[in-house]
Design a protein around this ligand. Sequence first.
Ligand code: NAP
Length: 496
Amino acid sequence: MTSKEATGGSSPWTVVIVGAGVSGICAAIKLRQAGITDFIILDKGNRVGGTWRDNTYPGAACDVRSHFYSFSFEPNPDWSRIYSPQPEILAYFEHCVEKYDVGPHLRFGQEVTEATFDEDRGVWSLDVVGGAPVEARTVILGCGQLNRPAFPELQGAGSFKGATFHSARWDHHVDLTGKRVASIGNGASAIQYVPEVAREAGHLTVFQRSANWIVAREDRAYTDKEKQRFRSVPLARLWARWKIYLVNEFDFLAFLKESWLRRRREKAIRAWLEEVIPDPGLRATQTPDYPLGCKRILVSSDYFPALNKSHVDVVTSPIAQIRPDGVETQDGRFFPLDVIIYGTGFETMSFVGPIAVTGRNGRKLDEAWARGAEAHRGITVAGFPNLFVCYGPNTNLGHHSIIFMIECQVRYIVACIREIVGRDLAVFDVREEAMARSNRQIQDAMKKTVWEGGCRSWYKTAEGKVTNNWSGPIIEYWWKTRRPDFTEYEERPREG
Ligand code: NAP
């Protein structure tokens, strides 16, 4: 409980953060460091960690190297591996919460459904399921882009009599030993759990809609000597981080349409496929027919070996229907099953979870975003003052660590909130023309990237507009967000 709650204070919070994931934790730490402590974090769950709390499937790990998949201000010399597993990443964020004293600000079991701006008072009112509305002068939405599991609309899906669950809501009570298991989907999550499931299942069928570009995961455990060096020689730790930065940033070149690096990589991966999948039939199913990088490049060294196993099958015929006892495909085959795992990804187009956001003049955020989400620097949206989005539109990455992007956003947001508090503003609203200009730049740059065409991906809308990815190297995003340009904002002080 904060001192404000203890004294029954009823004035709006200076800040309410929605979501206690990576963004929420980072925002809380940086607000405190800026001397702003009058804030709470609302989270619908009962634990911090966001995606790293929710994704507990076997084999869950990060495909960005750990020394860069961590906050710049809180290095961890003790990462066990180059690519750390989910429990260790979750423990790292819990450690940050503890170390930076975020705990007193956390409010769990608080699901925000609506946020409405009162322009006269310069206050947001947040509706919380089962509770009284919460008021705040500023709101930070840290709901994540990959928060709500997506289920495909498959005929008969509800009729299945066996166990069924989504990868992001793994049912650990279901014993897969000896069972006939299906994975619908073969994306970033599936390629991590398929090798684990294959170890237990009697038979595993992977229903694949399209192939992925997969590169080998050069993973290993750090030795005690290395960890000791990371602990005692800060420069060694820093160099480990910067090396990852440079290597991954260079990789951005492979995402350009006219890229020699991409062509070279594609050739190398095709050659590797010949090595790791001896069966030409299976290899053909795993050979993508679109440019490298158009969908997320996946990182795994044990996925293809799992597919090679005799009790694992890949089915590329589309699913016709789910029946009570299995799956029927459009080529007329039937696959009897005990368990269906949906590795079918997330609803990626909302950016603010299922929250109904109403800004100035009754403007609805989902209407403003009906033709594809847009925000200034991925953070602020014209017509929705004093509201900040973390990991918002056009801030996802195909080549680097999202934590870097979140730190950039939080630096920018804290500077804006200081302006709002310092100048006692009722309204701090990005100008339409500034937002339009920055989005034009993004979409122009996007035309040069592989994300635009050639494949179906969660990066773009049904009309083909890329709304999720940042269009350049991460250093460019850092440059553009290093401090807000307040001339791009309409500012109106509070009256009286
Ligand atoms: P995803 O990559 O979006 O994969 C979804 C899979 O389901 C794809 O194979 C997709 O096929 C398939 N699918 C979707 N709808 C389908 C339908 N109607 N019928 C048949 N198949 C269908 O989802 P994800 O694996 O959960 O990963 C989502 C994102 O989470 C990743 O891109 C990544 O950013 C993040 N992630 C990161 C890590 C990490 O290590 N950092 C790990 C896991 C996830 P198509 O490919 O044909 O669309």
